[in-house]
Design a binder for this molecule. Structure first.
Ligand code: NAD
Length: 284
């Protein structure tokens, strides 16, 4: 029976440390969150981010804009927030309405306030290992592996999913920590042959039930990133068949209560990191 990683408690203890550190700074770290439209899931995510800011003692500003907002108006709003010295991190909740170019919006955020590390300059810095912050989900997973003392160096790490926000940066982070990384995606021919090689298996495909126990090596570390909402019950499940895989793996994350809370904690850590840089209290 696997050790079940407790992302919720770990995230709470990380946020407590962030709060203590923030309390000793000359001013409060500040986050601006922009929500466009009224998608309930996006609204919930932004609500949670506001709550986390309050819990960590941060300053937060929230901008709720209608789905009809024009790209130019949104760009103007970002320009004004870029110039606001009380704001250290800016996030624009994705996805945006189809009429707005996500790429243009992400590129408009000042790179030094790009709390999600989605700006192309920061993506380039990540490739060189020079970015002060990393996207929240990959850094949350790395923090969880560290907390449970799971070494990455020399391990075969299989990343299922190659999205720009989860899979790609996660693989890059594992590579930087000297993992041997295999990326899998929709075009991967024999997924099971790949996943069975994994010492560390990270799954972010958004396909409930994708990973069964026969696809997992005995004593592997299995990280389930996915949040699949059942449309009838409203219950969230991952991509990994938890009940059977937990009997074979050494460690596993639950859904919910695994990666999700760690992602939220890492957003707070990223705001704190950027704030310290802006206050001249840390080196890039
Ligand atoms: P995405 O849809 O952008 O990317 C999915 C990736 O999975 C793609 O690269 C695709 O090629 C691959 N894929 C899909 N089906 C596959 C299959 N059958 N076999 C192999 N590869 C397959 O998704 P995303 O934004 O990376 O999110 C993935 C999941 O993670 C979603 O369920 C999302 O809700 C969840 N998520 C959770 C958190 C969190 O904090 N827990 C954060 C971000 C995303």
């Amino acid at each position: 029976m696997a050790v079940i990683f407790d992302g919720k408690s770990l995230a709470e203890s990380i946020k407590r440390k962030i709060m203590e550190e923030a309390a000793n700074l000359p001013r409060k770290p500040g986050l601006a969150a922009i929500l466009v439209g009224d998608d309930p899931a996006s609204r919930l995510y932004v609500n949670n981010k506001e709550k986390d800011c309050a819990a960590c003692g941060f300053f937060s500003r929230r901008f709720d804009l209608p789905a009809t907002v024009s790209e130019e108006e949104l760009l103007g709003r970002i320009d004004r927030i870029n110039a606001n010295a009380a704001i250290d991190g800016i996030l624009v909740q994705l996805p945006l309405p189809a009429s707005i170019s996500e790429r243009r919006i992400v590129e408009a955020i000042a790179p030094e306030k790009d709390v999600d590390a989605f700006h192309p300059l920061n993506v380039g810095r990540m490739v060189y290992g020079e970015s002060p912050v990393w996207p929240c989900t990959p850094s949350g997973i790395a923090a969880m592996l560290d907390a449970y003392q799971i070494p990455i160096d020399g391990k075969v790490c299989v990343m299922v999913g190659r999205s720009d926000i989860v899979g790609k940066p996660m693989g890059l982070l594992l590579l930087q920590r000297n993992g041997t990384v295999i990326y899998c995606h929709r075009h991967t021919r024999d997924l099971a042959a790949m996943t069975r090689q994994a010492d560390i298996l990270i799954v972010a495909a958004g396909c409930p039930g994708l990973i069964t126990s026969d696809m997992v090596k005995a004593d592997a570390v299995v990280i389930d990133v996915a949040m699949n909402r059942d449309p009838t019950t409203g219950i969230f499940t991952g991509d990994v068949c938890f009940d059977e895989v937990k009997e074979k793996a050494a460690c596993i994350t639950p859904v919910p209560g695994g990666v999700g809370p760690m992602t939220r904690a890492m957003l707070m850590r990223n705001v704190l990191t950027l704030a310290k840089l802006h206050m001249g209290l840390a080196q890039p």
